[in-house]
Design a protein around this ligand. Sequence first.
Ligand code: ZN
Ligand code: ZN
Length: 439
Amino acid sequence: MNTTPIASILRPEAACACGHKHTTITEAVYTGSGALTNLAPFLKHLGTESVLFVYDTNTYAAAGKSIERVLSSTSAIACKNLVLDGTPHADETTVKIITAEMIKTRATCAAAVGSGTISDLVKVAAFTCRIPYVGIATAASMDGYLSANATIITDGNKVPFSNINPPRAVFADPGILRTAPSRMTLAGLGDALGKITSLADWKLNHLIRGETYCNDTATMLRCEVAALLDNAQRADGDAGDDRFTEQLVRVLMLTGIAMQRMGNSTPASGGEHCISHAMEMKGYAERHEAPSLHGLQVAYGLGVTAAAYAAIFDASRAMSFAADNTAGLLESHRTDWRSLKISMDDIISKKKDLYSTYCSAFASIRTRNDDEDFSFLLHNNKRLGEIIGMYDLPKRASQIPLSERDASFAVTHAIDVRPRFNAVDLIAAAGIIDDYIFL
Ligand SMILES: [Zn+2]
Ligand SMILES: [Zn+2]
């Protein structure tokens, strides 16, 4: 199954066939049983004198003792713990608590022990204090461990940080991952499967707008996702299956590597993520919370974008694309975002310009079903649907749960989220977007 060792993927390469020289800040990803035994040697490799481990009460219970055990014989490194109370949020106040502790303990390195929230908090705090950090994964729940992005809530708004340093290494020990609630693993599965349409969207932008595309990076992800589909099907809905979890972790980690290679989230985040972002932005604006876990929201988005691509490539179906179909939609969205007090005017204006420039090229995509990224999606679409059902991932808004209005908002406003195209743009320009709001 593990055709390529992760270490060889991380090794600095000569110039890639795509014309770029890809570099990654992350030097090592340790997975599999005994992954944690590499922690002390890696910290020494970084020249660490003092390390601050950041936990919450749950992650301390899951991993604290194992970490202390593997470091007990390493007297050269001073280890301090910060255990955040309850369920911390990735907010400005908590970042300040962590940075203050980093300064107080004179940490020369930090360790984020957790999943999405702790990872984002430590990523931003370590960047602020200009120290390196490592990640110790406690759940196979999302692909952001190795990303250069984080989102921190400031004054009730989600403020994105981009191009900040990812961890120098990540340790994903199955003994610790097993303690995570299965709902988190299912969210990780949703996020990982989302690559099926994010890769298609990447190719779409490459073909239509000349966006930078790396075939080696896309092929690596496609192979890993194909192995995940095999394992997910074999495990038959058992999120605790060891080989399934191992491959899921590989996809989540290698997605992070793909993002580092490209210097942005393009390979990992397409229309399925835009649907998740749109529902989350509305959720935060109205109720100060996301509707569900990130990967479960992405799974819903994936159902929509995979169905949208199936329609686009259905040769028996007559379809025409017109920028006029989206112009009115985008204008009404300006008002919708304003009423949520979210400023989206710039991006909507850019999107209007993009449609008027490129919409006439949309029809050409329909003939490209032999392209690797599109055919990967089309060949696996049926299997994807079966796996979504097998693991009970949300197919319908009611499973999130999301009201009819919120589901409609999430799908239609996914065209506003980024100044690039995704599957939802195609169905919007074809005037059939309303058929893809799955309630
Ligand atoms: Zn994601
Ligand atoms: Zn490349």
